[in-house]
Design a binder for this molecule. Sequence first.
Ligand code: ATP
Ligand code: MG
Length: 472
Amino acid sequence: MTDPRDEALTPKAIVAYLDRYIVGQDKAKRAVAIALRNRIRRRRLPEEMAREIAPKNILMVGPTGVGKTEIARRLSQLVHAPFIKVEATKFTEVGYVGRDVESMIRDLVERSVQMVKQRRIEEVREEAVSRAKERILDALIPPRKVQEKVSDFMHLFSGQPPKQEAVPTEEDERAERQRLSTRERLRQMLDDGKLEGREIEIEISESAQVGIPVMGAPGMEEMGINLGEMLSGIFPKKKKRKTVTVEVARKMLEAEEAEKLVDHDAAAQEALEKAQQDGIVFIDELDKVASAGSGHSGPDVSREGVQRDLLPIVEGCTVNTRYGPVRTDHILFIAAGAFHKMKPSDLVPELQGRLPLRVELNPLSEEDLARILVEPEHSLLDQYKALLSTEDVVLTFTDEAISEIASLAARMNRETEDIGARRLHTMMENLLEDIQFDASELSGQEANVDGPLVRQRLERLVADTDVRKYLL
Ligand SMILES: Nc1ncnc2c1ncn2[C@@H]1O[C@H](COP(=O)(O)OP(=O)(O)OP(=O)(O)O)[C@@H](O)[C@H]1O
Ligand SMILES: [Mg+2]
C-alpha cells in the first residue's frame, strides 16, 4: 500500500533531500527521516506485528525562524503519503472562528482522497482523452441517430407518418458514407490542431460545488456531513449546454469523462486506508496552546481545551469523515513550536507523553546565515537574481558582501530580537530596494553588490537603534 516511490526514501536519502533546502538542523532532519522510514519498515511486517507498532510522534522545539516549518514544508513535497499541516492556534476558538480539532483528520482524509483520485484519473486519462475526442467530433458533425430522432419528432407535429427506418435507401447509405468520411477528415484536422479556435456546442454536467453552495450548521461538518453534496445527490445532476471553443471543450470533456471513468467508492476506500496507515499530520505552533499553569482563566481555558481534544487523536481514536470512519492510531504526528515563553513541560502531561521524541533545533549562527543566503536550492539570493534576470539585469554579490550581510543580520538578531533567518528577508529587501526600483531601466547591465555597498546601505540602519526597530 505504501507508494512504491517512497521505498527509495531511505533515511539518508531523506536527509540528503532536506539538505538541499535547509542549512544545519541535522538532529531534526535525522529524527524525521527515521520516523518516516519506520513507517515503510512497518508496512513490510506481518499484520499482527505491524498493528502493535505505533508511530513515534515527534516534537520539534527551537527558536523562531530556524527552519521548523520549512522542514515540514519540504517533507510534504517529498513523501507521497497524505500530509497536512495545521496550526494548533486555529482550534482555540471553536464554534466562533476556530475549527474543531478532529477536522484535521478530516482534512487529512480529504487530502488522501485527492491524491488517490488524481492517480486514478491519471490511470484512465488515455481513455478519457479518446472519449472526449469522440464527443468533440459528435459536436462538430452529429451522429446520424440524433438527426433521425429530430426528424421523427418533427413528424409528430407535421402529422405525417414517420419515415420507415428499417430499409435505408441507397441515398441514405451514400449520405452516411459521406458523413463518415467528413468525420474522418475533421478528426485529422483536430489531430493537427487546426480546429482549436472553432466554437462548438457541448453538453456538460454542472459540478455539484458550483451549483449549490450551502453553508452547513456548525455541527454538521463534525459529523462529516456535507450539505451541498447531499443535496446534489437528491437532485439529478444538471446538464448544461455551452458554446465554447474546441480547445476549452476538450479540457472540460476530458475532465468529465475521467470523472465518469473513476470508481469513486473504491477510490474513497483506498484513500481512507492510505490516510490511516501512511498519513502524517504536522501540528505547527503547538507552544501557542500551552498554558501558563492553573489559576488563569480566559484564553488558557480554551488552549488547554485544544490540548485535551488533541489527546485522543494523537493517542488513537476513531474519527468520522464523510467517506467513513478513520482510526488515528498509525497516523504520524509531528508537532513543532518555538517554546519561547512556554516550555514543553507547560503542555498537559498526557500530551507530552504522546510526543516522546524531542528534537531541538539550534539558533542560527552567523555562518549559518551566510550559508542560507547562498546554499539552498532557490536560495534568497537566487530568487532576487532570477527576478532581475527577467529584466535582463545580472545581479551579482561578492563574497565580502555576503559575509557582511550575514554579520549584520547576526548582530541584529543578537541586539534586538532573534528572528532567525527571517532577518535575512528584511535586510535583503532594504539592501536591494534601489536596484529593484531601477532595474527596469538597467536592462543589459550588471548590478554588483559588494561589501562597501552593503555597509553603506545597512550599517547605518543597524547602528541606529531607533530606526532599525521599524525597518529591519
Ligand atoms: N536552517 C535553515 N536553512 C534554510 N532556510 C531557513 C532555515 N531556517 C529558516 N529558514 C528560512 O527562514 C524562513 C522562516 O523559517 P521557518 O518558517 O521554518 O521558521 P520556524 O522555525 O517555523 O519559526 P516559527 O517558530 O516562527 O514558526 C523560511 O523562509 C525558511 O526558508
Ligand atoms: Mg513555523
